[in-house]
Design a protein around this ligand. Sequence first.
Ligand code: BTN
Length: 244
Amino acid sequence: MNECASEFEGLESVDAGSIIGRRIVWLKETRSTNDDVRRAAEADEPEGLVIIADVQNAGRGRMSRTWTSPPGMDILFSVLLRPKASDLPKMPLLSGLAVARTLDKFTDVPITLKWPNDVRAENRKISGSLVESGNSDLGYYAVLGTGVNVNQDASDHPEIAQIATSLRTLNGKTVSRRDVMRILLREMNNIYVNPENMSRLVSDWSARLETIGQEIDVRWGDELIHGVAEGVDDTGRLLLRDNE
Ligand code: BTN
């Protein structure tokens, strides 16, 4: 791995006593930070590792989509966690809620969530997470890979201008990726290490769910399911009411 000094230098650890961010690795370029963290997990790395990259050559989104971001503009990172098995399904919600709370501190525009893992502003996507899990000698692990559009200008890319936004687009000025990252790791840690916050994660996340009461289509494998979004259950699964 080509570790680098970058704009993020100085953010080697977040706060004493935190789990998330107790080891942070910055890469100039990689294929996918999710792959890097997965490899570390399989090699028995303790939870809390964060790998962040300036550029990903093979960044992945959900449903086999690619995740692209211009070099040095946005935040692209993955976190290794080893949660108890019953908390594994909640991991996408953890990322989304922490990102939403972080973005609240950088913009007055309301930040909403869309199941399972989109963070949105002004009806456009500003962040997404890809959570992958596995089982190594140390037990279950989850890789929480998150992309946050910080300084990219979505209007430069007509193919995504209607569906994506960034902090800079919302605020009209460049934002420090390091400041966003520092707060984001704290917000994630604050949820993860605190059992009370973990137990209210689903309800805190649901309070920002923008599709409650709306008719939506959800892809389930190869199937497209239509229904009215009623909320999420205790494990973070979407509850859809079938009208037929
Ligand atoms: C989605 O909305 O479809 C999920 C996007 C997840 C992108 C992030 S960027 C960092 C990490 N590495 C990847 O290859 N993907 C995730």
